[in-house]
Design a protein around this ligand. Structure first.
Ligand SMILES: Nc1nc2c(c(=O)[nH]1)N[C@H]1C(S)=C(S)[C@@H](COP(=O)(O)O)O[C@H]1N2
Ligand SMILES: [Mo]
Length: 430
């Protein structure tokens, strides 16, 4: 087969001739767009909610640095306990499932990405929004995926970059939807989905010529039907879904092939299958805490009620114990639900010498240095019925990796704030 000789004189013409798939056209692009129009806002809003969930003074980038660019701040609820598991899971899980669709849509509009600037101001605006849209969506996908692999190859703060990129994407997305919605509706009406699903490869013909430059003026014979293209994109989404669902389900965990396994599951051989066998974010060994710091001499320091109070582990175990099944939902894309037993945080406030009703917040510190060394809980998080300093999980002592001698576990709190290896809890009055 000899390739057609393309006239060199006319660059616009050349570009049009390079993209010759007969199925490219406004209807197919709109079919890819429709689920993105529904899914992207969910990914965006749940992402912004993750930022809110980190809590006053703890969100990254800091509130002062983002101006008005955030959702209205409100104290993150503790009920339902699965709230953060849901928002974070939707953000990461749905975000990943949409990747094949984003790629399919990019493929479908590729001729547009290679046409030169237009003198028409509306077209120019549209093209500028396209550059920002494509650039920011790829940037968000790449930084997001690298983050959940704990792969900080880039030399900047993931949070600041992903957050800033998100706002570029939001602006470009809104503009793009406003500019394109009429075309999308018109295009979707131009063909019947039911008829497309019955059209085999042999009967696949181009869409009528469009003014948007998607339909190839001189198409090649089809190598795939439109229903084949839809099935390919849908199949890609199902495939990614199958790979990520195990990140959020304890039963399906072995199928979570994208989880960085070495970092997240590290049970000593004796613990395999036991009560402490669930994902670990940072192992005790990685925390850099000397083993004797959390040995027999350990005691918890409580401050805020006058003279600091120290409680050894036996004293903590002698306080009323409460058991609750609560999730850990890591912002890096996995979650788990376990049954924890320990002392209610509000009982610890009382032990510190404070009336729980007077508590404004609590700052929990671990023995570690670094970003996970401390977390601040608002009053609702301290006073919640199931807010615990856990000593046990699933009926057994906490393992070192899960925070022995004691760790915080609070309903709907982002995983990162469920501090392990707790050294002190400082209560402050509201
Ligand atoms: N001291 C300390 N606490 C910590 C961490 C840590 O690195 N150090 N990691 C946090 C993160 S990011 C998560 S998701 C949870 C994970 O708890 P797990 O390792 O017991 O599953 O612990 C949190 N508590
Ligand atoms: Mo985490």
């Amino acid at each position: 087969m000899s390739r057609r000789v393309v006239p060199r004189r006319n660059p616009v013409h050349t570009t049009a001739l390079r993209w010759r798939s007969p199925i490219r056209g406004p209807w197919l692009t709109s079919m890819f767009a429709l689920p993105l129009l529904v899914g992207m806002p969910i990914v965006i809003v749940t992402g912004l909610l993750d930022w809110v969930a980190y809590g006053e003074g703890q969100s990254i980038p800091a509130r002062e640095d983002v101006g008005g660019l955030h959702l209205p701040l409100f104290p993150w609820p503790t009920d339902p306990a699965w709230l953060f598991r849901l928002t974070e899971g939707l953000h990461v899980g749905l975000g990943m499932v949409l990747v094949p669709l984003v790629l399919a849509k990019l493929w479908s509009v590729i001729p547009k990405l290679f046409t030169g600037p237009s003198p028409d101001p509306v077209r120019l605006l549209e093209r500028l929004s396209l550059v920002l849209l494509v650039g920011s969506v790829l940037f968000e996908i790449v930084t997001g995926l690298l983050n959940i692999q704990y792969d900080y190859v880039f030399g900047f703060s993931f949070y600041t970059a992903h957050y800033t990129g998100a706002w570029v994407f939001i602006a470009a997305f809104v503009l793009h939807v406003l500019l394109k919605l009429p075309t999308m509706v018109r295009s979707l009406r131009s063909r019947s989905l039911r008829a497309e699903l019955r059209t085999p490869l042999a009967d696949t013909r181009s869409e009528p010529p469009d003014d948007g430059g998607l339909v190839a003026p001189d198409p090649d014979p089809p190598t795939m039907s439109r229903r084949g293209a839809l099935a390919l994109a849908g199949g890609g989404m199902l495939f990614v879904g199958a790979l990520v669902v195990g990140q959020f389900s304890d039963r399906l965990r072995p199928t979570a092939l994208l989880l960085p396994r070495g970092r997240t599951t590290d049970p000593a051989p004796a613990e395999r299958g036991g009560p402490n066998d669930f994902p670990v974010n940072r192992t005790f060994a990685a925390s850099g805490i000397a083993p004797d710091v959390v040995g027999d001499g350990w005691s918890l320091e409580l401050t805020g009620g006058g003279t600091p109070v120290r409680l050894e582990r036996a004293a903590l175990a002698a306080l009323p114990q409460h058991t609750a099944t609560l999730p850990i939902a890591c912002v890096e894309g996995w979650s788990t639900s376990q049954t924890w037993t320990g002392v209610r945080l509000r009982d610890l406030a009382r032990a510190a010498g404070l009336d729980p009703a007077a508590v404004g917040s609590a700052t929990v510190r671990s023995f570690e240095v670094g970003p996970f060394a401390q977390a601040t809980l608002h009053a609702g998080q301290v006073l919640a019925d199931d807010a615990l300093l856990a000593l046990r999980v699933n009926g057994a002592e906490l393992s070192r990796d899960h925070g022995f001698p004691a760790r915080v576990i609070v309903p709907a709190l982002p995983g990162v704030h469920n501090t392990k290896w707790v050294a002190t809890i400082g209560f402050s009055r509201g």
